[in-house]
Design a protein around this ligand. Sequence first.
Ligand code: NAP
Length: 492
Amino acid sequence: MTAKTLPVDPFDLVIFGGTGDLALRKLLPGLLRRYADGQIREDSRIIGVARDKQTDADYRAKVGEALQRVAGNDEALKAKLPAFLDKLGYHALDATKDEGWEEFAAALKAQGDRIRVFYLSTSPSLFVNLCDRLRAHGLNGGQSRVVIEKPIGHDLASATVINDAVGSAFAESQIFRIDHYLGKETVQNLLALRFANILFEPLWNANHIDHVQITVAETVGLEKRATYYDTSGALRDMVQNHLLQLLCMVAMEPPAALEADAVRDEKLKVLRSLRPITADEISHMTVRGQYRAGAVNGMAVPGYLDELGREDSRTETFVALKAEVDNWRWAGVPFYLRTGKRLPERVSEIVIAFKQIPHSIFEHGAGPVMGNKLVLRLQPDEGVKLWLMIKDPGPGGLRLQHVPLDMSFAEAFGVHQPEAYERLLMDVVRGNPTLFMRRDEVEAAWKWIDPILGAWENQRETPKPYTAGSWGPSAAVALVERDGRTWHEDTV
Ligand code: NAP
């Protein structure tokens, strides 16, 4: 059984940057799937905007080509593609110039008062221009919403500039700051597991949880993002948003209701409870690394500096750090976070490691009693595993085994799991911001990150090298092992 998809109200969705990578690889494929599923009504429209001059027909042909590849052998998607492409239009506009905006606004307004979504899938340097023009042309009314992508700034000051600009054109309730990790099935399942079962919440605290690990590992290197990535690095690109958002979902108090502000208030409290990492602690609480040449999945790959074509970059492609949440629930429970490029496998997971039992009644020969673990996997195969001790089956003496109760969603439900963008785009149309970041959350996250960036900068150390295809510098292993713990390895 799968959840029913209810159609959303008709809308106009304008994708600024409609010819870009994100639009073609994520947004339009997601919209096609929602359309094929019957969630998008026939009178909705999707309008691509970019500077390139082209006709509606050119744009449909270009998008059609990309979506053919996405549809692959999926006959249902292929059958719906022509009707989906009919909903597409194109408008050539430059975010930085006034030319053409008058006609663009008039064409949108001619549709009457309906939901209008402006997805800013462009470089953040254009957000201010775009928001100013949307406001100047009266496109920021009550039924309008604006979606902004990461990176929202590269520190607190620059994030504030972006938030001010977007906030001067749109009310906070109209602004959807996307973090696609929050749209993943497993993240919402974390809410279901925690708050729809009696089993976990009584144990969800420092009395019973030993530590938490959050890993987001990528196998890819720079791809086409070299210019952006080299000015960002793993801490800004991944930790400030995705990993801290996941940490919040694990650590927050039960919200009074599953309502946007109730959930976001609780996440904000977690961000504000993060203990600052001081300059003195930086060397033993954080590890930064940069990959050297190696092999990933049997393929030889160059090092970061070779990929970049520069010798002098000190940008980190790997971060591991130990975070602490200073409140009653989590006092003394470390949250180990790690993320990096060119790691051995593409995996994102949250591991909740429970404490050991207080006393073992089993004889030495029964083997060690290992702590329970709840492992929530976000990708590649979304699912949950609960690691338990059981008796080794069969005759003979009582020996213990650590085994996972495994629930892989795709297997359990046998259905296509919607991609994060599919769900989030429909939430934007519905006007439901629960899974989006509020301004104060983004700023609180930067407030915690900025001192780490500052301390690294002052240290002027180069990142520790690690071989592509390894799990990062050995210091990342030491970070956890110094505390008598190890990074989780899925052995089944
Ligand atoms: P991209 O491939 O470089 O596309 C940029 C788009 O913006 C193009 O359609 C471009 O078309 C248009 N554009 C550039 N200058 C413009 C201007 N002055 N006025 C109007 N349109 C303009 O970038 P992307 O990878 O799609 O990324 C878009 C945003 O999403 C960025 O903020 C990025 O950080 C974020 N993001 C991307 C990904 C991803 O997987 N790609 C993931 C997370 C976040 P013209 O040049 O023809 O104008």
